[in-house]
Design a protein around this ligand. Structure first.
Ligand code: PLP
Length: 345
């Protein structure tokens, strides 16, 4: 199940999902009703599971767009049932995350959902909250979650219920618990060829490669003299004469402002340090050491240029977050284009 919430982690939800459709993937997950409707309006086929809560008031839209709604808790189920509108649902089980779901202790409530006439139960799932960690304490917690989910499914089977498709793993669930044999895995960050952060030790280390590169171009070149300062707050002061390149990307595009005076970009395959504060729409890089930089030259903010490469994981670490946040915040001004590498066709 491809997780394409938050604009497919910033990659472009329709772009990614229609490509996945072409590849034969027909199971999707999003966070909200609006995201799901957006995919349908752009012709995405297959099941679309809404992972978040949708008020029962929108049951008509769930039906109209043939969406699958997560049952967030028992009262949510009751509200949806009260509308008398046929809905596809998946039951969320809370095995320890304590965000959404019904706990296995309330198994009678769970059993009762299977006999609501307007419900078509298309799945049942839980979410692991420390699947990314190999710390013994965390592994023990994940195992407890898995046990509790298995206990519930056994119980339902014993009660004569035909189990719907089941799923438990997200990206790190697959990397650290690859032996689980459920019907789906909900793959988010890994689908985009990224880890949440560098240097995690996982049980499985597949060779994934980043799908996304982020490019801009040099908008303007200027010179500053010794002692001149650059940008808002005058946070950078030139120690010598410097050549600077203005790049039309800023924090409104999702490039973290916290990378002011810390981040770098690639121009002509060389690293150029960001100087001064990153603005809403622009930033400035020191290109003094790079020869012949011209207006219009490509600037690589994420991706490969020559022999060097900037990984999303690197920028995420530098801005004290994870790639999930960095990528999902990439802004709406950025044009998304899909280039298929012939090697992978
Ligand atoms: C976002 C999300 C996922 C995907 O997580 P990744 O770590 O990006 O693979 C899976 N399941 C649920 C419930 C989610 O909210």
């Amino acid at each position: 199940m491809a997780v394409v919430k938050a604009n497919a982690y910033g990659h472009g939800d329709v772009l990614i999902s229609s490509h996945l459709n072409q590849m034969g993937i027909y199971s999707f997950a999003v966070a909200t009703l609006e995201e799901a409707i957006h995919l349908r309006k752009f012709g995405i086929e297959g099941s679309i599971l809404i992972l978040g809560y949708t008020p029962a008031l929108y049951a008509p839209e769930l039906m109209q767009y043939d969406l699958t709604q997560t049952v967030a808790d028992f009262s949510h189920a009751q509200e949806l049932a009260k509308t008398k509108i046929p809905v596809k649902v998946e039951i969320k089980i809370d095995t320890g995350m304590h965000r959404l779901g019904i706990t296995p202790e309330h198994n009678e409530e769970i059993v009762s959902l299977f006999s609501i006439p307007t419900f078509s139960v298309c799945g049942m799932y839980t979410h692991l909250c420390v699947a990314d960690s190999q710390e013994p304490e965390d592994v023990a917690f994940s195992k407890k979650q898995l046990k509790s989910f298995a206990y519930l499914t056994d119980l339902l089977e014993a009660a004569g219920i035909a189990l719907p498709p089941l799923h438990v793993q997200s990206s790190y669930g697959v990397l650290n618990y690859p032996f689980l044999k459920y019907d789906f895995a909900r793959i988010g960050i890994l689908l985009y060829g990224c880890h949440s952060q560098f240097e995690e030790s996982c049980l499985m280390n597949p060779d994934v490669r980043p799908v996304l590169s982020l490019y801009s171009h040099v908008a303007l070149i200027r010179e500053v003299e010794e002692g001149d300062t650059v940008g808002y707050g005058r946070t950078y002061k030139a120690k010598r004469k410097r050549h600077l390149a203005v790049i039309p990307v800023g924090y409104a595009d999702g490039y973290p402002r916290s990378l002011s005076n810390r981040g770098y970009v690639l121009i002509h395959g060389q690293r150029a340090r960001i100087v001064g504060r990153i603005c809403m729409d622009q930033m400035i890089a020191d290109v003094t050491a790079i020869e012949n930089v011209c207006v219009g030259d490509r600037v690589t903010l994420i991706g490969k240029d020559g022999r060097d490469r900037i990984y999303a994981e690197e920028l995420a670490a530098l801005s004290k977050t994870i790639t999930n946040e960095l990528l999902s915040r990439l802004g709406s001004r950025i044009t998304r284009v899909l280039l298929i590498d012939k090697k992978f066709e």
